[in-house]
Design a protein around this ligand. Structure first.
Ligand code: SP5
Ligand code: ZN
Length: 378
């Protein structure tokens, strides 16, 4: 299997985060990527490839197909603005724009202080824009987008010659919590959404499925292509375009019903308008999620994708934070489950782009990722 990897993904390296009321070392660390890379390197089944320096030339335009310009500018500039404001440490949003807080049109959002702006663009405190020089978070997030796009391009180029093969984009920061104009849950740019848009807009693809097996609900990926879940209207024109003009992305997710990001991911979210029926959530109670229950549910999720006959590509948000010893998650999966997950995904028979998302138990992270990919290849 081809594995795409770029060392720039390592340069986002925040010192700590807030977890359960405590300041702890940042769990989404560069070490994660190095460990997965080292494990995969020991197997002859994986071939490592780097993205080309100059492809795509207009990388930002692929990102802007998913995220708003304002938001991308924010990611680029917030650290400098924050420092100018006199706070000489990493950006950590602290005051959030709550939907009940602000009367419509009562405030000029274009003139907010950096602290307010950080809170306006973030979903929760579980991220740090740590930028040792200037723009390391943005640089890493953009590098991840480039690696994912390169992997998607290779998959699209290859699959006519070698049907049903998989490709792996080994990236961080992860992406599936990032919405069009919101970061959170360690995510800044939505890597799978950027890949899906690329396949739809540039590779003549008519329909893509995103299968999200990270432990957490991918609120961002779902949001990109479906109408908002509880009656909020998208306020930005570009977001509206994303919602209304992409009726052919099927989003299917297995995740903890009772964990982050808490306010999304119920089975009742089915999409709306032209997207109705293209969103399927499988929330599982943490204590119920054993290997057998998980694989049974994954089979149901796979059946939905199988029954949507026109899917041309499968994009997998590959999180292994479902593992029983993950430090921030509560599922009960053992290491024996991961090859089975790979086999179920392979049974769909689609050209498949795997994209790295979560997984924080460092001792098993590499092996569990490798097991999914090797299970898929068998
Ligand atoms: C990509 C990804 O996996 N992001 C996850 C971000 C989760 N951050 C919030 C963690 C809150 C954990 N709460 C503790 C629950 C213990 N079961
Ligand atoms: Zn996760």
């Amino acid at each position: 299997m081809k594995v795409y990897y770029g060392p720039e993904c390592l340069c986002h390296d925040p010192p700590h985060e807030i977890l359960s009321g405590r300041l702890v070392p940042y769990l989404e660390s560069p070490r994660r990527l190095e460990l997965v890379k080292n494990t995969l390197s020991r197997s002859s089944s994986f071939v490592f490839l780097s993205p080309e320096q100059d492809w795509p030339h207009n990388l930002l335009s692929y990102v802007l197909a998913v995220h708003t310009e304002e938001y991308v500018d924010h990611l680029k500039t917030i650290y400098d603005d924050w420092v100018v404001d006199g706070v000489q440490v990493a950006v950590l949003p602290e005051t959030f724009l709550h939907h009940r807080l602000r009367a419509p049109n009562s405030l000029d959002l274009s003139n907010l202080s950096p602290i307010a702006r950080a809170g306006e663009e973030a979903l929760s405190v579980h991220l740090r824009l740590h930028i040792a020089h200037q723009d390391h978070t943005f640089q890493a997030a953009i590098a991840a987008a480039q690696v994912v796009l390169t992997a998607a391009r290779a998959l699209a180029d290859d699959h006519l010659a070698i049907p049903d093969r998989g490709t792996f984009a080994l990236v961080r920061p992860p992406g599936h919590h990032a919405q069009d104009a919101l970061c959170g849950g360690y995510c800044f740019l939505n890597n799978v959404a950027i890949a899906a848009k690329y396949l739809l807009q540039h590779r003549g693809c008519g329909s893509v499925a995103i299968l999200d097996i990270d432990y957490h609900h991918g609120n961002g990926s779902r949001w990109m292509f479906r109408l908002p879940f509880c009656g909020y209207e998208p306020t930005r024109e570009s977001a509206q375009q994303i919602f209304y003009e992409e009726p052919r992305v099927l989003y299917v997710s297995l995740h903890a019903a009772d964990d982050y990001p808490y306010f999304t991911g119920s089975a009742g979210e089915r999409g709306a308008g032209p997207g109705f029926g293209f969103n399927h959530n499988f929330p599982l109670a943490q204590k119920d999620a054993t290997d057998d229950v998980y694989c049974g549910t994954l089979q149901q999720a796979a059946d939905i994708i199988r029954q949507s006959g026109e899917i041309e590509y499968l994009i997998v948000s590959l999180g292994v934070d479902t593992y029983q010893e993950d430090p921030i998650c509560g599922f009960l999966l053992t290491q024996r489950c991961y090859p089975r997950i790979g086999e179920i995904i392979a049974s769909l028979g689609k050209p498949t782009l795997f994209v790295m998302e979560g997984g924080y138990h460092l001792e098993t992270l590499g092996d569990n990722v490798a097991s999914v990919l090797l299970g898929f290849e068998q």
